[in-house]
Design a protein around this ligand. Structure first.
Ligand SMILES: Nc1ncnc2c1ncn2[C@@H]1O[C@H](COP(=O)(O)OP(=O)(O)OP(=O)(O)O)[C@@H](O)[C@H]1O
Ligand SMILES: O=P(O)(O)OC[C@H]1O[C@H](OP(=O)(O)OP(=O)(O)O)[C@H](O)[C@@H]1O
Ligand SMILES: O=C(O)c1cccnc1
Length: 479
């Protein structure tokens, strides 16, 4: 994949780059944090995704001659020397990020970008575009996985996705969070994800009868016979015809895989169909369900005793229909001043929107006795107590009397070095490793934090020093 994405940015980024260049401040260094403030879908956690795309984007990032020519048409104030500076653009900064599949929480940096302002200002739009969408879909997929942990989950969303990139990267994000396959062959080819497919109503409709349609299909694709049984009448026609074809397949030494239900009351129909299949000796034939499914309908169907083994989930997942955007932001947290990084803050009347200043590390505090995560902890890089496992104070910034001392823990640093001085130093894990890592991540949390409805709020604490710094900066800018 060699996409030219330098112009995949908002014009204001180029304007700011130009002003820096014109003012001679383009080499001033700056640090930006990427984080979100609110969890989507009322979930208790989010699943970080998008890093692979960010890496590919940064690696190829340069302005082509066509890009330069286009910019010339867009802004007559951009002088040729500035356009030359864009021609020379290469990312030479540092990026730290949590690996894909990491369980993450509001207000903690999931990615940190550090470098010349000229270089790092450009990245905001594209990074947020990739990380927001992929994290959103991975989180939605994790919710689906949670209600059907032992069933097969198929991603069927391409036809309803917000265009091609969303279909592709959304399918990958779903796979990260535990889906088993996608219907999209290009996704399979690009990422080596298993691909799965049945057939549509059109195949039944184009034949003179349902039975003939099933027979022809089984004749030609005998090893992957999943028959869609709801075109005319699921129980009176579809399932009996599928059973007939199943018998013919057995006579050829083959086995029908499954039937697919795509309309009607999926609980009722799956139970009836299961009984019909079992009575005919087809206990091995699975039941696939589709039809605008999401985690809530799947949970309901399970509560109703539905006999469904495989769930095809499309529209609701790929469009994250109940919350179609994650509000991740890219915020300046430090700027170079006299050779040092000076922490900066953004004040807001809304306390949730006040930024956490400075270059910060994040740690996951795992209590040794239980092996479970207690909280996440943000600290300034020179703070050694957390790194050395010394006793630390976790205090509630709002209810400061709720202070707690923590000892006997492991502090797991969450941010990994991805780019160092422009060089990719991160060994990209395989998708299989990412999936496994994600499942391992979940094991470190008490179920209270993971439950889909009204989860407990997991805390992200600031070290006392970071808290003090934040308060000082708030006071400094109070009018
Ligand atoms: N037993 C059930 N409990 C809860 N929700 C269900 C159950 N059975 C199906 N659903 C869901 O209810 C919705 C019903 O969709 P819809 O009203 O389009 O009906 P339909 O039977 O699919 O009709 P159509 O033939 O037009 O597709 C779907 O999202 C489906 O997944
Ligand atoms: O419902 P979703 O979760 O989005 O899953 C994908 C849907 O796409 C197909 O329907 P569509 O009506 O497009 O075509 P069909 O004729 O094959 O049913 C399929 O039958 C699913 O219902
Ligand atoms: O293979 C299927 O059954 C399928 C694929 C995409 C969308 N709906 C169904």
């Amino acid at each position: 994949m060699n996409e030219q994405l330098a112009l995949h940015t908002d014009k204001y980024q180029i304007n700011m780059m130009y002003v820096h260049w014109a003012q001679g401040t383009d080499s001033q260094r700056a640090v930006f944090d990427v984080y979100f403030r609110k969890l989507p879908f009322g979930n208790g956690f989010a699943v970080a995704a998008g890093l692979e795309r960010v890496i590919r984007y940064i690696e190829q990032l340069h302005f082509t001659e066509e890009d330069i020519a286009y910019l010339r048409t867009q802004e007559e104030n951009y002088p040729e020397e500035f356009l030359d500076a864009l021609r020379g653009y290469r990312f030479s900064g540092d990026i730290h990020a949590v690996p894909e599949g990491t369980v993450v929480f509001p207000n903690e940096p999931i990615l940190r970008v550090q470098g010349r302002i000229f270089e790092v200002q450009l990245l905001e739009t594209a990074i947020l575009n990739f990380v927001n969408y992929q994290t959103l879909v991975a989180t939605k997929a994790a919710r689906v996985k949670q209600v059907a942990p032992n069933d097969t989950l198929l991603e069927f969303g391409t036809r309803r996705a917000q265009e091609a990139d969303a279909a592709v990267w959304g399918a990958r994000a779903a796979y990260v969070a535990g889906f088993d396959a996608t219907s999209n062959l290009r996704v399979g080819k690009m990422f080596d994800i298993p691909v799965s497919g049945t057939h549509a109503h059109a195949w039944v409709q184009i034949n003179d009868s349902e039975e003939e349609a099933f027979r022809k299909y089984a004749e030609v694709l005998p090893d992957q016979v999943t028959l869609l049984v709801d075109t005319y009448d699921t129980l009176k026609s579809g399932v009996p015809n599928a059973i007939r074809i199943g018998r013919e397949l057995e006579a050829r030494g083959k086995r029908m895989n499954a039937i697919r239900l795509d309309s009607g009351d999926l609980a009722y129909l799956s139970k009836k169909a299961r009984k019909m299949l079992d009575d005919a000796g087809f206990e091995y034939v699975k039941i696939v369900a589709t039809n605008d499914l999401d985690e809530n309908i799947i949970l309901n169907l399970k509560a109703e005793g539905a006999r469904i083994d495989v769930w095809g989930v499309g529209t609701q997942l790929i469009t994250a229909a109940d919350q179609p955007a994650l509000g991740g932001v890219y915020k300046l947290v430090a700027r170079e001043k006299n050779g040092y990084y000076e922490p900066v803050i953004k004040i807001s009347a809304n306390p949730e929107k006040v930024t956490n200043p400075g270059v910060k590390d994040i740690y996951r505090i795992i209590i040794r006795e239980t092996g479970k995560a207690k909280a996440d902890y943000m600290a300034l890089p020179h703070e050694t107590d957390i790194r050395n496992g010394e006793s630390i104070r976790l205090f509630d910034p709002v209810h400061s009397y709720l202070e707690e001392k923590v000892t006997d823990y492991d502090a797991i640093p969450l941010l990994k070095t991805i780019f160092k001085a422009g060089e990719l130093v991160y060994q990209l894990p395989t998708l299989e490793e990412i999936r496994q890592y994600h499942q391992d991540q979940l094991k470190a949390f008490w179920p209270e934090y993971l439950r889909k409805l009204n989860p407990e709020g997991y805390r992200v604490h600031l070290s006392a020093e970071l808290w003090k710094l934040k308060m000082e900066l708030i006071r400094k800018y109070q009018f």
